[in-house]
Ligand binder design. Structure first.
Ligand code: FAD
Length: 392
């Protein structure tokens, strides 16, 4: 039976990041992915590498500071994959957040981002509003602009796995995790690889199965504690409009939620929604009501979209957020990653629940720190904030 220091379940951005961090630290590691890399949430995000301006309103300052730090690192090590983009926030007479509030928020954002050049912000002069892709100017009071970054989430995930493999990590795909048995010295894992059952051993099993993490955790014996989480669906649509000036950060008139309208592969990506989800993660799909909601929001800001129907949507996808279970609206819940271990110190299982695409490298570094007591001594091969990521 083959033995590894770490076996990771799930080839999304978190599994990829942990694989890379573990390999960079000099350990042997195997990634099990049941479908394709990034086939889960990590190809269905809003594709933003951002501090999360709106998290300032809910006081999640540590999250924003860490995300802005990660954004700066990714702009440096993954310049082929992560690009800084202009963001525009149009403020109308009836918009909930006023220009002064946004400027205060952006000043705090700049402070948390260390006042580097990417944190500059200002207002678009009225004479330049005509350059904003046909943005509705009736009732427009101001357009605030700042910068954040955009990526291709699936390509980023593949690039991180490629980087891990260049450091000696292994990938088994398609390999479906079936179950695991814990004993004093580690864990024996069973998976189905290309139709046959395969057994392998590791000191630590990292459960990075995203929305499937609860079902993976329930297949571990003896049973381990599983955090109480909710799945919340988020849908995006791609419409035949060309926005090119930048990314528009708008407010839904219906419920005040933030919606992004972004250039994407020659068309426009609009998202997202927050719909409680109770089904199988494999079956999540965009709902007609979500598509109507997104079209409705976008039409208010870009009149050129008036008359575009659901039938004219070019592409659509839905992903699942993993959020701490709570009664409050999904929009207001913490976006901090939950790390759960079977025992402390020296865990044999670590589960990653929730989190952000932006924070994958920091999350992976945290995981490595939490499990290092269970791993044999090794000599470090690289530092993940220096490893250049290239389009795979
Ligand atoms: C709508 C939406 C928009 C978002 N937008 C942003 C954004 O703009 N910026 C940002 O920073 N974050 C964003 N996020 C958050 C971010 O996308 C997620 O935190 C991140 O992609 C989660 O990655 P993951 O690796 O944990 O999970 P996933 O990407 O879902 O990966 C889990 C993997 O596990 C595999 N798997 C499951 N079961 C098994 C098994 N039994 N055996 C083997 N493999 C298995 C799956 O096939 C899947 O590939 C968004 C999330 C959503 C839902």
């Amino acid at each position: 039976m083959k033995e590894y220091d770490v076996i990771v379940v799930g080839g999304g951005i978190h599994g990829a990041g942990v694989l890379q961090a573990v390999a960079a630290a000099g350990h042997s590691a195997l990634l099990l992915e049941k479908g394709a890399l990034a086939s889960g949430t990590s190809s269905r995000s809003s594709k933003l590498i951002h501090g999360g301006l709106r998290y300032l309103e809910s006081g999640q300052f540590a999250l924003v500071r860490e995300s802005l730090r990660e954004r700066a690192i990714l702009l440096r090590i993954a310049s082929e994959l992560v690009q800084l983009k202009p963001f525009f926030i149009p403020v109308y007479r009836d918009t909930r957040r006023r220009p002064w509030q946004l400027r205060c928020g952006l000043a705090l954002y700049a402070l948390l981002g260390g006042f580097d050049s990417s944190t500059r912000f200002g207002s678009v002069p009225r004479r330049d509003w005509g350059r904003l892709d046909g943005l509705q100017t009736r009732g427009l009071d101001a357009v605030i602009h700042y910068h954040d970054a955009q990526t291709d989430d699936a390509q980023l995930t593949r690039a991180v796995v490629q980087s891990a493999m260049s450091l000696g990590a292994e990938l088994a795909m398609p390999a479906d995790f079936i179950d695991a048995r814990l004993d004093e010295s580690g864990v024996t894992v069973q998976c189905r690889l290309a139709g046959s059952m395969l057994e392998c051993r590791a000191r630590v099993l990292v459960n990075a199965a995203g929305p499937w993490a609860t079902s993976v955790a329930h297949r571990i014996r003896p049973a381990i504690g599983v955090p109480d989480i909710d799945l919340v669906q988020g849908t995006h649509i791609v419409v035949p409009l060309q926005v090119t000036a930048g990314i528009y950060y708008v407010e839904s008139h219906e419920d005040g939620r933030a919606v992004f309208i972004m250039p994407w592969k020659g068309a426009t990506l609009i998202g997202t929604t927050e719909t409680p989800y109770r089904g199988e993660p494999d079956k999540v799909h965009p709902l007609p009501a979500e598509e109507d909601y997104l079209l409705g929001v976008a039409c208010r800001y870009f009149p050129a979209l008036n008359g575009v129907t659901r039938a004219q949507i070019l592409d659509r996808f839905a992903g699942l957020r993993v959020l701490p279970a709570a009664s409050q609206a999904a929009f207001d819940r913490s976006r901090e990653t939950i790390f759960s271990v079977d025992r402390d110190p020296n865990p044999r299982v670590l589960g990653i629940y929730g989190g952000k695409l932006t924070g994958w490298r920091a999350a992976a570094a945290h995981v490595l720190g939490r499990i290092s007591g269970s791993l044999p001594a090794a000599s470090r091969r690289a530092a993940t904030d220096d490893l250049i990521l290239r389009r795979a």
